[in-house]
Ligand binder design. Structure first.
Ligand code: SF4
Ligand code: SF4
Length: 359
């Protein structure tokens, strides 16, 4: 009997192997070493002598189809059609031809796209959806990323930091970005509990779902003027916005009180020291679009103090741990406030590492 035809399905992603550059596929698992050629360019050399060159370019993450077409055209021209995006949204071009590197970089420059983000530099900033897509943000993730990277572009293009530096932005403390484990993290924070619009609760919300949406059990069913509604115990609220996800009659965005907190010292890597969560450096900076000058100044200042004081290969958190956090606050000139003291019982050591800041 003939073998049954292979089942065709569109469930799940296609196998990654079909997207590998032929040189990578041929030498899979047999790479001997890699080395930097210049900022943003790296070569991998296989045991058999094959080479693949990777050129890393910046991307704004929220991109237009025109932008993707431009990248794809360059990949067709120089990279046999192969292009990939890293988890921090850098665009990486791979070519087996060393002679393609400089013309590719020149064409990227014509499009205004810088090359860099490798080794001891700031890589692209990973960020969440912000005001464009999500409903609970306290700030605009992509706007913040744009202004911070405008300020830090030199650190993307040149490898002049003691070690790599990863920046992340999440626009609320649900943090679907990597702000819990990046060297410098910008976190949008609400500072007031949701305001319940009692007149609309029964129209827009299912009360049991709303009550159970709250991770701190701050929401209780209630009756006001004969109508079913909910109340919020402000002392339990951590301003996460989960209730607003379930119940649009509980908005908590606030143009005056929402803002940005800055956390530092996290990392995912286990090189030299354990992976670490970020700790609170600055509890609140105002939301000041479109350029967020307070936030960009603070990030620049933190990067400059780190660059000046850390030793070679030391990540941001390793530096702060080595000199001690009191010294970190001294060197950076940041104020140590009551918000830095974490009373969450599973908090790490002495400095705040949970995302809840009670204002
Ligand atoms: S971090 Fe929060 S507000 Fe931002 S996209 Fe994620 S869930 Fe939405
Ligand atoms: S914002 Fe979060 S903690 Fe506060 S009431 Fe809503 S779900 Fe609960």
């Amino acid at each position: 009997m003939a073998a049954p035809a292979k089942r065709q399905t569109d469930i799940g992603p296609p196998h990654y192997e079909q997207f590998l550059h032929p040189v990578i596929k041929k030498n899979y698992g047999t790479w001997k070493y890699h080395e930097s050629i210049k900022p943003g360019v790296i070569v991998h050399v296989a045991e058999g002598g094959d080479k693949i060159f990777t050129i890393r370019a910046a991307s704004p993450r929220l991109v237009s189809t025109d932008f993707v077409r431009d990248l794809a055209n360059l990949a067709d021209k120089y990279c046999e059609g192969y292009l990939r995006f890293t988890s921090r949204n850098n665009a990486e071009f791979m070519t087996a031809e060393q002679k393609n590197i400089d013309p590719l970089i020149a064409d990227l420059a014509k499009l205004g796209i810088p090359v860099g983000g490798m080794n001891n530099s700031i890589s692209n900033i990973v960020h969440t959806q912000g005001w464009v897509h999500c409903h609970t943000p306290a700030t605009d993730a992509s706007g913040l990323v744009k202004v911070v990277m405008d300020e830090m572009i030199d650190y993307f293009k040149h490898e002049k930091l003691p070690a790599k530096l990863r920046i992340a932005v999440a626009c609320c403390l649900n943090m679907c970005g990597a702000v819990h484990c990046s060297d410098i993290s910008l976190l949008g924070i609400h500072r007031r509990p949701p305001k319940v619009n009692d007149a609309r609760v029964t129209d827009l919300c299912e009360i049991p779902t709303t009550v159970s949406a709250c991770p701190t059990a701050a929401i209780r069913p209630a009756v006001k003027d004969g109508k079913q509604t909910v109340t919020v115990d402000d002392s339990r609220c951590m301003y996460c916005g989960n209730c607003y996800t379930s119940c649009p009659a509980m908005p908590l965005a606030n143009p005056i009180n929402d803002g940005v907190a800055i956390w530092v010292g996290g990392k995912v890597s286990n090189a030299r020291s354990m992976p670490a969560f970020t700790k609170l450096a600055i509890p609140y900076l105002p939301n000041n679009p479109p350029r967020w000058p307070e936030v960009t100044d603070a990030v620049k200042h933190l990067v400059e103090v780190y660059a000046k004081n850390a030793v070679k290969h030391e990540r941001f958190g390793e530096w702060a741990n080595r000199i001690g956090w009191p010294r970190f606050f001294e060197l950076t000139g940041l104020e140590f406030t009551k918000y830095h003291i974490d009373d969450y019982k599973l908090a790490q050591k002495t400095l705040r590492s949970t995302a809840q800041i009670k204002f």
